[in-house]
Design a protein around this ligand. Structure first.
Ligand SMILES: [Zn+2]
Length: 118
């Protein structure tokens, strides 16, 4: 597991907390609901960045590292051909966009394309 995003997380966390604090100062009469919403928005952003980093750190996102068990087509059991990394866009909680670099592979027989799980 890579750990080089520790520093970035600290920075992102500080930033999120600063944003919430500034928002609170600018909205001294905010209700609890409004405060919670502002907090969720900031934490949601932080959460999405952390999720991205954690997903990238997962070994299963890289076919090249699974030498022992090369993935096969679920339909015809043919060995898949790696098509390299592709960016996969997902949406997570609080409508945060995730951009994940995933290994993409296709089946030489039926042509099905898939991202390995993880
Ligand atoms: Zn196939």
């Amino acid at each position: 597991m890579k750990a080089e995003f520790d520093g970035r997380w600290n920075e992102l966390g500080r930033e999120a907390m600063k944003e919430v604090k500034q928002w609170r100062l600018a909205h001294p009469k905010a209700s609890l609901d409004e405060i919670e919403q502002a907090l969720d928005e900031q934490l949601g952003r932080l959460r999405a960045r952390m999720l991205e980093d954690l997903a990238h750190a997962s070994e299963s996102t890289h076919l090249e590292r699974q030498n022992a068990e090369w993935p096969r087509c679920p339909q015809c059991n043919e060995e898949l051909i790696s098509r390299g990394q592709q960016v996969r866009e997902l949406e997570t909680n609080h409508h945060q966009r995730l951009r994940l670099d995933r290994s993409y592979a296709t089946c030489p027989r039926c042509g099905v394309g898939l991202f390995p799980p993880g």
